[in-house]
Design a protein around this ligand. Structure first.
Ligand SMILES: NC(=O)c1ccc[n+]([C@@H]2O[C@H](COP(=O)([O-])OP(=O)(O)OC[C@H]3O[C@@H](n4cnc5c(N)ncnc54)[C@H](OP(=O)(O)O)[C@@H]3O)[C@@H](O)[C@H]2O)c1
Length: 210
Protein backbone atom coordinates (compact mmCIF):
# COMPACT_ATOMS: atom_id res chain seq x y z
CA UNK A 1 0.00 0.00 0.00
CA UNK A 2 1.21 3.52 -0.71
CA UNK A 3 2.71 5.42 2.21
CA UNK A 4 1.63 8.70 3.78
CA UNK A 5 4.62 11.01 4.11
CA UNK A 6 5.43 14.43 5.54
CA UNK A 7 8.46 16.00 3.84
CA UNK A 8 10.65 18.95 4.72
CA UNK A 9 8.24 20.28 7.34
CA UNK A 10 10.20 23.02 9.09
CA UNK A 11 9.68 24.03 12.70
CA UNK A 12 11.43 26.41 15.05
CA UNK A 13 13.26 25.15 18.16
CA UNK A 14 10.10 25.92 20.11
CA UNK A 15 8.02 23.84 17.71
CA UNK A 16 6.20 26.42 15.55
CA UNK A 17 5.46 25.52 11.91
CA UNK A 18 4.43 29.09 11.07
CA UNK A 19 4.47 32.47 12.73
CA UNK A 20 1.66 34.70 13.91
CA UNK A 21 -0.06 37.24 11.65
CA UNK A 22 -0.37 35.31 8.37
CA UNK A 23 -1.55 37.51 5.51
CA UNK A 24 -1.60 37.66 1.72
CA UNK A 25 1.87 39.23 1.76
CA UNK A 26 3.27 37.23 4.69
CA UNK A 27 2.40 33.55 4.32
CA UNK A 28 4.41 32.64 7.41
CA UNK A 29 3.44 35.69 9.45
CA UNK A 30 6.23 37.13 11.59
CA UNK A 31 8.42 34.08 10.80
CA UNK A 32 9.03 35.47 7.30
CA UNK A 33 11.36 33.16 5.34
CA UNK A 34 13.35 32.05 8.36
CA UNK A 35 11.87 28.52 8.54
CA UNK A 36 12.96 27.75 4.97
CA UNK A 37 16.28 29.54 4.51
CA UNK A 38 18.03 26.15 4.85
CA UNK A 39 16.07 24.93 1.81
CA UNK A 40 16.65 28.01 -0.34
CA UNK A 41 20.41 27.52 0.23
CA UNK A 42 20.45 24.07 -1.41
CA UNK A 43 21.47 23.18 -4.94
CA UNK A 44 17.95 21.92 -5.69
CA UNK A 45 16.72 25.44 -5.16
CA UNK A 46 19.66 27.48 -6.41
CA UNK A 47 22.35 26.16 -8.78
CA UNK A 48 25.17 27.57 -6.67
CA UNK A 49 23.73 26.13 -3.48
CA UNK A 50 24.88 23.36 -1.13
CA UNK A 51 24.91 19.69 -2.09
CA UNK A 52 25.00 18.05 1.35
CA UNK A 53 22.36 16.43 3.52
CA UNK A 54 19.92 19.35 3.22
CA UNK A 55 19.92 18.99 -0.54
CA UNK A 56 19.48 15.21 -0.36
CA UNK A 57 16.26 15.71 1.59
CA UNK A 58 14.99 18.42 -0.76
CA UNK A 59 15.66 16.14 -3.75
CA UNK A 60 13.14 13.64 -2.34
CA UNK A 61 10.28 16.11 -2.71
CA UNK A 62 8.67 14.68 -5.85
CA UNK A 63 10.04 11.16 -5.60
CA UNK A 64 7.25 8.57 -5.64
CA UNK A 65 4.53 11.08 -4.75
CA UNK A 66 1.16 10.73 -6.52
CA UNK A 67 -0.94 13.31 -4.65
CA UNK A 68 -0.72 15.88 -1.88
CA UNK A 69 -3.21 16.74 0.86
CA UNK A 70 -2.79 20.21 2.36
CA UNK A 71 -4.68 22.37 4.84
CA UNK A 72 -6.65 25.49 3.99
CA UNK A 73 -4.04 27.53 5.86
CA UNK A 74 -1.31 26.44 3.45
CA UNK A 75 -3.46 27.04 0.38
CA UNK A 76 -3.91 30.66 1.33
CA UNK A 77 -3.92 33.44 3.88
CA UNK A 78 -6.84 33.79 6.31
CA UNK A 79 -9.87 34.88 4.27
CA UNK A 80 -8.72 33.46 0.90
CA UNK A 81 -12.04 31.69 0.53
CA UNK A 82 -13.72 35.09 0.15
CA UNK A 83 -11.64 35.71 -3.00
CA UNK A 84 -13.17 33.74 -5.92
CA UNK A 85 -9.98 34.23 -7.98
CA UNK A 86 -7.52 32.87 -5.37
CA UNK A 87 -5.55 29.97 -6.85
CA UNK A 88 -2.92 29.45 -4.16
CA UNK A 89 0.34 31.25 -3.53
CA UNK A 90 2.52 29.48 -6.12
CA UNK A 91 1.66 31.22 -9.41
CA UNK A 92 0.33 29.54 -12.58
CA UNK A 93 2.63 26.47 -12.38
CA UNK A 94 2.70 25.26 -8.75
CA UNK A 95 5.54 22.93 -7.68
CA UNK A 96 3.32 19.90 -6.97
CA UNK A 97 2.63 18.49 -10.47
CA UNK A 98 0.01 16.07 -9.09
CA UNK A 99 -3.56 16.33 -7.80
CA UNK A 100 -3.63 18.37 -4.57
CA UNK A 101 -6.51 17.96 -2.13
CA UNK A 102 -7.13 21.07 -0.01
CA UNK A 103 -8.95 20.33 3.24
CA UNK A 104 -11.40 23.13 3.88
CA UNK A 105 -14.86 23.87 5.18
CA UNK A 106 -15.21 26.32 2.24
CA UNK A 107 -15.22 24.02 -0.78
CA UNK A 108 -15.24 25.31 -4.37
CA UNK A 109 -14.89 23.74 -7.84
CA UNK A 110 -11.54 22.17 -8.72
CA UNK A 111 -8.87 24.40 -10.32
CA UNK A 112 -6.60 22.98 -13.00
CA UNK A 113 -3.20 24.69 -13.09
CA UNK A 114 -0.24 24.39 -15.47
CA UNK A 115 2.25 21.55 -15.06
CA UNK A 116 -0.10 18.81 -13.83
CA UNK A 117 -1.30 20.35 -10.56
CA UNK A 118 -5.06 20.34 -9.98
CA UNK A 119 -6.44 21.70 -6.72
CA UNK A 120 -9.49 19.84 -5.39
CA UNK A 121 -11.33 21.08 -2.30
CA UNK A 122 -12.53 18.59 0.29
CA UNK A 123 -14.54 18.93 3.49
CA UNK A 124 -13.74 15.48 4.84
CA UNK A 125 -12.19 13.59 7.74
CA UNK A 126 -8.50 12.70 7.40
CA UNK A 127 -9.40 9.06 6.64
CA UNK A 128 -11.89 10.07 3.94
CA UNK A 129 -9.48 12.57 2.41
CA UNK A 130 -6.76 9.93 2.35
CA UNK A 131 -9.05 7.45 0.59
CA UNK A 132 -9.78 10.05 -2.12
CA UNK A 133 -6.10 10.98 -2.49
CA UNK A 134 -5.10 7.29 -2.73
CA UNK A 135 -7.57 6.75 -5.56
CA UNK A 136 -5.91 9.64 -7.43
CA UNK A 137 -2.33 8.57 -6.61
CA UNK A 138 -2.57 4.91 -7.65
CA UNK A 139 0.32 3.01 -6.06
CA UNK A 140 2.35 6.16 -5.40
CA UNK A 141 2.70 7.83 -1.99
CA UNK A 142 0.64 10.65 -0.52
CA UNK A 143 2.40 13.77 0.72
CA UNK A 144 0.90 15.63 3.66
CA UNK A 145 1.90 19.18 2.81
CA UNK A 146 1.02 20.86 6.10
CA UNK A 147 0.51 23.15 7.84
CA UNK A 148 0.89 21.99 11.39
CA UNK A 149 -2.86 21.80 12.10
CA UNK A 150 -3.62 19.25 9.39
CA UNK A 151 -0.47 17.20 10.08
CA UNK A 152 -1.52 16.90 13.73
CA UNK A 153 -4.98 15.68 12.69
CA UNK A 154 -3.45 12.92 10.55
CA UNK A 155 -0.95 11.87 13.24
CA UNK A 156 -3.72 11.68 15.86
CA UNK A 157 -5.76 9.53 13.45
CA UNK A 158 -2.77 7.15 13.14
CA UNK A 159 -2.47 7.75 9.39
CA UNK A 160 1.13 8.98 9.03
CA UNK A 161 3.78 6.41 7.98
CA UNK A 162 6.80 8.66 7.64
CA UNK A 163 7.45 12.19 8.84
CA UNK A 164 10.49 14.35 8.07
CA UNK A 165 10.68 17.39 10.34
CA UNK A 166 13.44 19.98 10.03
CA UNK A 167 14.28 21.72 13.28
CA UNK A 168 15.56 25.23 12.53
CA UNK A 169 17.61 26.98 15.24
CA UNK A 170 15.32 29.98 15.71
CA UNK A 171 12.81 30.76 18.45
CA UNK A 172 9.52 32.07 17.09
CA UNK A 173 7.65 32.34 20.39
CA UNK A 174 4.23 32.46 18.72
CA UNK A 175 2.37 30.97 15.76
CA UNK A 176 0.97 27.47 15.15
CA UNK A 177 2.73 24.62 16.95
CA UNK A 178 3.27 21.15 15.49
CA UNK A 179 3.54 19.09 18.64
CA UNK A 180 0.53 20.21 20.71
CA UNK A 181 -1.57 17.18 21.68
CA UNK A 182 0.97 14.67 20.32
CA UNK A 183 2.58 13.74 23.64
CA UNK A 184 4.38 10.39 23.48
CA UNK A 185 4.19 9.85 19.71
CA UNK A 186 7.83 8.73 19.74
CA UNK A 187 6.58 5.37 21.10
CA UNK A 188 4.86 4.69 17.79
CA UNK A 189 7.81 5.61 15.56
CA UNK A 190 11.48 4.89 15.04
CA UNK A 191 13.08 8.29 15.43
CA UNK A 192 16.37 9.23 13.76
CA UNK A 193 18.17 12.56 13.58
CA UNK A 194 20.87 14.00 11.33
CA UNK A 195 22.54 17.35 11.93
CA UNK A 196 23.54 19.52 9.02
CA UNK A 197 26.39 22.02 8.92
CA UNK A 198 23.72 24.60 7.95
CA UNK A 199 22.56 24.44 11.57
CA UNK A 200 19.28 22.57 11.03
CA UNK A 201 18.53 19.07 12.31
CA UNK A 202 16.58 16.62 10.18
CA UNK A 203 14.41 14.38 12.37
CA UNK A 204 12.62 11.45 10.74
CA UNK A 205 9.78 9.43 12.25
CA UNK A 206 9.14 6.03 10.66
CA UNK A 207 6.06 4.27 11.97
CA UNK A 208 6.82 1.00 13.80
CA UNK A 209 6.33 -1.85 11.35
CA UNK A 210 6.24 0.47 8.30
N1 LIG B 1 6.80 24.96 8.20
C1 LIG B 1 6.52 24.40 7.04
O1 LIG B 1 7.33 23.65 6.49
C2 LIG B 1 5.19 24.71 6.40
C3 LIG B 1 4.68 23.88 5.39
C4 LIG B 1 3.43 24.17 4.87
C5 LIG B 1 2.74 25.29 5.31
N2 LIG B 1 3.28 26.09 6.27
C6 LIG B 1 2.58 27.27 6.78
O2 LIG B 1 1.67 26.82 7.77
C7 LIG B 1 0.58 27.75 7.84
C8 LIG B 1 -0.73 26.99 7.73
O3 LIG B 1 -0.79 26.04 8.77
P1 LIG B 1 -1.99 25.98 9.79
O4 LIG B 1 -1.64 24.99 10.81
O5 LIG B 1 -2.35 27.38 10.22
O6 LIG B 1 -3.21 25.51 8.87
P2 LIG B 1 -3.40 24.24 7.90
O7 LIG B 1 -3.02 22.99 8.59
O8 LIG B 1 -2.78 24.54 6.58
O9 LIG B 1 -4.96 24.32 7.66
C9 LIG B 1 -5.87 24.19 8.74
C10 LIG B 1 -7.23 24.52 8.18
O10 LIG B 1 -7.61 23.57 7.17
C11 LIG B 1 -9.02 23.31 7.24
N3 LIG B 1 -9.16 21.91 7.64
C12 LIG B 1 -8.27 21.15 8.33
N4 LIG B 1 -8.75 19.91 8.52
C13 LIG B 1 -9.96 19.89 7.92
C14 LIG B 1 -10.94 18.87 7.73
N5 LIG B 1 -10.74 17.63 8.23
N6 LIG B 1 -12.06 19.18 7.06
C15 LIG B 1 -12.24 20.43 6.55
N7 LIG B 1 -11.35 21.43 6.68
C16 LIG B 1 -10.23 21.15 7.35
C17 LIG B 1 -9.56 24.29 8.26
O11 LIG B 1 -9.76 25.54 7.59
P3 LIG B 1 -11.18 26.17 7.17
O12 LIG B 1 -12.12 25.92 8.32
O13 LIG B 1 -10.88 27.61 6.93
O14 LIG B 1 -11.63 25.52 5.94
C18 LIG B 1 -8.38 24.45 9.20
O15 LIG B 1 -8.44 25.64 9.95
C19 LIG B 1 0.79 28.77 6.74
O16 LIG B 1 1.44 29.89 7.28
C20 LIG B 1 1.73 28.05 5.78
O17 LIG B 1 2.48 28.97 5.02
C21 LIG B 1 4.47 25.79 6.84
Amino acid sequence: MSRVRVQNFSISLDGFGTGEGQSRDAHFGHAGDRLHEWMFATRSWDQGGSSGVDDLFVQQFESGIGAEIMGAGKFGHPGWHEDPDWKGAWGPNPPFHTPVFVLTHHTRPSIEMEGGTTFHFLDASPAEALKTAREAAGDRDIRLGGGATMIREFVVAGLVDHMHVVVVPILLGRGVRLWDGLEGIEKDYRVEATSSSSGVTHVTFTRNGA
